[in-house]
Design a binder for this molecule. Structure first.
Ligand SMILES: Cc1cc2nc3c(=O)[nH]c(=O)nc-3n(C[C@H](O)[C@H](O)[C@H](O)COP(=O)(O)OP(=O)(O)OC[C@H]3O[C@@H](n4cnc5c(N)ncnc54)[C@H](O)[C@@H]3O)c2cc1C
Length: 405
């Protein structure tokens, strides 16, 4: 049986996030973007609405909704601006959901619960100056010394670098084992030797906080190793299954925003004696946006459906992320085109959409990486093996039962 409808709860969620975005983000975003200012109070407001842990079980401080509820939140947030969707992507998608999947009970109690409640903010530290797509080229190390690991190295392009309380950091515990020598750690900002620095002058997501992290002999207790030693690469890739899902959903929000602005402009602007919307070549751009939005949504919500079943969805999520982000970039480019010269100025929001839409084609797997993945799946060169730990299926029966024990 197939069901394409949203539940009443999901519809209400969409309405709530939309109202929030219209009231709390839209009126200010142009200024924040111009000033490269990350408005951290938005995260606190999202926490009050239960949106910092929307698909985390109630037993672990979240709202207990399904994984497609997270997609709805991301779609609606990015309609406002990519910066805040990115924040939810790293906090919930890359960090909290990874703790839910791989964390032991003690780690969930200590780190996941405050994150899901939005009392603490999480980030994800994988990329390094010389290691982006090629994760195994990373140089950060975590060397075991008694009951601690000593962390040394740096990360770059880390979203929420100055804001996060906890960061999932990936480092080599044994470089000779290559991919199998990478481990994942929960690292607290307050620990000695941890520092961060924001990157200014970004093309887009200027209202977001992105930058570098530095670790100088940071003592990480062994209890903060996530999963087993050597499981870090696997953990990072499974985290990306969730992060990419949120990025794909967010891209739908960008397309929605492009459509809204463009449709309005099509009715306002007249050339050659008629609204520009009456010109077929303009209609073609609008029609392509609509097609991109609907196709992307189908891919996103199918991936969410698989997550709800507790099934591995690396292939489907990668396809959704690749396609939705490409469609969003094309939609933003066309939205500027439809606005003519006015689209080239910040008098209208579409130039921001275009600048913002470029980053998701780069992060969480570049367009090229996803193209390669899809080609390899089809050709039979890539198969997904079952993981030792799965994201819990929804409804979250086990987690709820566990908390009652
Ligand atoms: C706004 C923003 C936020 C980010 N947030 C985070 C974050 O929170 N945490 C985090 O860990 N990282 C984050 N990143 C980093 C991001 O994930 C990386 O930039 C991304 O993985 C690409 O790595 P790179 O920039 O080093 O590019 P590279 O890997 O150096 O790639 C350069 C170019 O070569 C191409 N290329 C590389 N390998 C191949 C190949 N095998 N075949 C074909 N083409 C190839 C790429 O597609 C790209 O076009 C963020 C980036 C941005 C822009």
């Amino acid at each position: 049986m197939m069901d394409f409808s949203f539940s009443e709860e999901q519809e209400l969620l969409r309405k709530t996030v939309r109202q929030f975005v219209d009231k709390e983000i839209m009126p200010y975003i142009k200024t924040w973007d111009e000033q490269q200012h990350f408005e951290a109070s938005i995260l606190r407001r999202l926490a009050e609405l239960g949106l910092m842990g929307v698909c985390i079980p109630e037993a672990y401080g979240g709202s207990g909704m399904d994984y497609n509820a997270l997609a709805i939140v991301c779609e609606e947030l990015e309609r406002g601006d990519t910066a805040f969707r990115t924040a939810v992507s790293v906090h919930t998608g890359l960090n909290s959901m990874t703790l839910l999947q791989w964390g032991n009970e003690q780690q969930k109690q200590k780190y996941l619960i405050p994150q899901a409640k939005g009392e603490k903010v999480g980030a994800f530290g994988l990329t390094e100056p010389n290691a982006g797509s090629d994760v195994a080229a990373m140089q950060t190390t975590a060397i075991r010394q008694g009951d601690d690991y000593i962390l040394n190295g740096s990360k770059t392009w880390i979203s929420l670098c100055d804001v996060a309380d906890h960061v999932l950091v990936f480092a080599y515990t044994d470089k000779s084992k290559k991919h199998h020598g990478i481990s994942a750690f929960i690292v607290e900002r307050q620990w000695e030797g941890f520092s961060s620095k924001a990157i200014k002058g970004k093309l887009g997501i200027r209202a977001g906080n992105t930058g570098e992290l530095f670790f100088e002999n940071v003592k990480v207790p062994k209890e903060n190793l996530l999963g087993e030693e050597g499981e870090g690469f696997k953990i990072a890739m499974s985290a990306l299954d969730n992060g990419r899902f949120t990025v794909a959903a967010g891209a739908c929000g960008t397309i929605m925003a492009c459509l809204e602005a463009s449709v309005q402009y099509c009715h306002e602007r007249a050339t050659f004696g008629k609204e520009i919307g009456r010109h077929q070549l303009v209609q073609q751009m609008i029609a392509k946006m609509e097609a991109g939005l609907q196709q992307s949504r189908l891919l996103v919500y199918r991936a969410g459906w698989l997550k709800n079943q507790g099934k591995r969805n690396t292939r489907e999520t990668s396809l959704a992320k690749w396609q939705a982000c490409d469609y969003a970039l094309e939609a933003a480019n066309d939205a500027v085109q439809i606005h003519g010269a006015y689209g080239f100025s910040n008098e209208y929001p579409v130039e921001r959409y275009l600048r913002n839409a470029k980053a998701p084609v780069i992060y969480e797997g570049t367009r090229e990486i996803h193209t390669i993945m899809q080609g390899e799946y089809v050709l039979g060169y890539r198969q997904d093996k079952p993981l030792s730990k799965n994201l819990p299926a929804w409804p979250f029966v086990e987690a709820a039962e566990h908390s009652m024990n």
